[in-house]
Design a protein around this ligand. Structure first.
Ligand code: APR
Length: 406
């Protein structure tokens, strides 16, 4: 610790990080290891942070980033390589061994709560500072030489943190987004599709990520662990999560995933269910003076392509490198380019997520579809796209590169 840091008051840090998710904890580990004085402010308690089930598909680049910084020991020990997806359509089924296509990269299936627990444990064991139960209310004076973060501490009392830089890693509903100056661009798209997301206490039913493109709606199967499986069901917009009984959920999953042709799904208790309206958004620019955004605070890709946590880790590394250059070496060039560099990756991920949504969901099921409108034309193009992916090696290489890559 340099002299300046040791005589700091408790409510100051060179970098205040909002949020202890994949973005905030990856950033905290990288900055702390580089000797940068930082603190993570997290509104939830440690137990909630460690157990919140979210994503679980780590791209090859994410594993490389975590490997580079000694943060991948858990995922190497418990993660499962994954490189196959299966498309089930009314024209038949085809599998893509995407791990042997494109750049020949695989995913690592590793539940996000395990990754976040690894990152938190590593950060705490290295002596990193974190304040749980501390909810950021606003980021002020970001345009000045230093910013002030107004918080409510664990006892609910108002308090302030002063920082040279604030990293907004507190998601799309966090204080960082609420503190963006007027005129900030928020590009957004409602894809017009709703999913019922489920975590089932049941072993995976196939050895692949399963995508069922059924005329009555999409269904998806994603392995999580030997005992847990993630399912998605295209669902009526606006319907509550508890509208269907477990019996109806399994009957619909069996029907849409064509179990008569492919063998039964392993049923089990539905442990979690949530309604997911597929929406995307991107904030531009990602830097406003001393406030910088990363992860879901920066952009929200629709969950159809499993990009969220992977973008969060990639952006955290770019931001860490830029802040170390500036704070340790007085070189602000990477910080000046941070937003532009992240947005390149974000828009590539957004484009592929959009392609996946169009590919997986029939426009004929859109509530607004009418026979006389363009829905049938779009459906015919979609079926041609499915046939192209089934038969064209070039298309399959493109798919593999974008499905796993960033
Ligand atoms: N003050 C402090 N902490 C906050 C505040 C706030 N005002 N608002 C939110 N948080 C915390 C949340 O409790 C959470 O721990 O910020 C963290 C944000 O974590 P994530 O939502 O996981 O966001 P991020 O790190 O950007 O990860 C993005 O990971 O969760 C997956 O796939 C999901 O796309 C998502 C990706």
């Amino acid at each position: 610790m340099t002299e300046r840091q040791t005589n700091r008051t408790a409510q100051e840090a060179d970098v205040v990080i909002l949020g202890a998710g994949p973005a905030g904890l990856t950033l905290g580990n990288l900055l702390h290891t580089a000797g940068i004085d930082c603190v993570v402010l997290e509104r939830a308690d440690p137990e909630r942070v460690r157990t919140r089930a979210r994503a679980g598909f780590l791209a090859a680049n994410t594993v490389r980033v975590l490997d580079r910084h000694g943060l991948a020991e858990g995922l190497h020990r418990r993660g499962q390589p994954h490189g196959t997806c299966e498309f089930r359509t009314d024209q038949g089924t085809f599998r893509l061994d995407y791990g042997a296509l494109g750049r020949r990269e695989q995913h690592t299936v590793y539940p996000q709560q395990d990754l976040v627990t690894d990152l938190l444990t590593h950060y705490l064991e290295a002596g990193g500072r974190i304040a749980f139960g501390t909810e950021a209310q606003a980021v002020q004076d970001a345009a000045g030489p230093s910013a002030v973060v107004a918080v409510r501490d664990a006892e609910g009392r108002p308090a302030h943190w002063r920082a040279r830089y604030v990293a907004g890693c507190d998601g799309r509903h966090g204080a960082a987004r609420r503190s963006l100056p007027p005129g900030t661009l928020r590009h957004h798209r409602d894809h017009g599709v709703t999913w019922l997301g489920l975590i089932a206490e049941a072993p995976p039913s196939l050895d692949a990520v399963g995508y069922a493109l059924h005329p009555d709606g999409f269904a998806g199967h994603m392995p999580r662990t030997a005992d847990l499986t993630r399912y998605y069901l295209q669902y009526a917009p606006g319907a509550p999560a508890d509208a269907w009984s477990e019996q109806r959920i399994w009957a619909e999953l069996d029907r849409r995933m064509r179990t008569a042709d492919h063998g039964p799904l392993h049923h089990g208790r539905i442990l979690q269910r949530s309604v997911i309206d597929l929406r995307s958004d991107v904030i531009e620019p990602l830097r406003h003076g001393s406030l910088l955004l990363a992860g879901d605070a920066a952009s929200l890709p629709a969950p159809a392509a499993a990009k969220g946590a992977n973008l969060a880790v990639l952006e955290a590394e770019l931001l860490a490198e830029a802040l170390v250059d500036e704070l340790a070496h007085g070189d602000s060039r990477a910080l000046d380019r941070y937003s532009e560099r992240c947005l390149q990756h974000i828009w590539r991920a957004q484009e592929f997520a959009h392609w996946m949504i169009q590919f997986l969901h029939s426009p004929l099921l859109a509530p607004t579809a009418r026979p006389e409108d363009e829905s049938f034309f779009h459906e015919a193009m979609r079926r041609s796209r499915i046939e192209s992916l089934r038969t064209s090696r070039t298309h399959q290489d493109w798919f593999a590169e974008n499905y796993v890559g960033l």
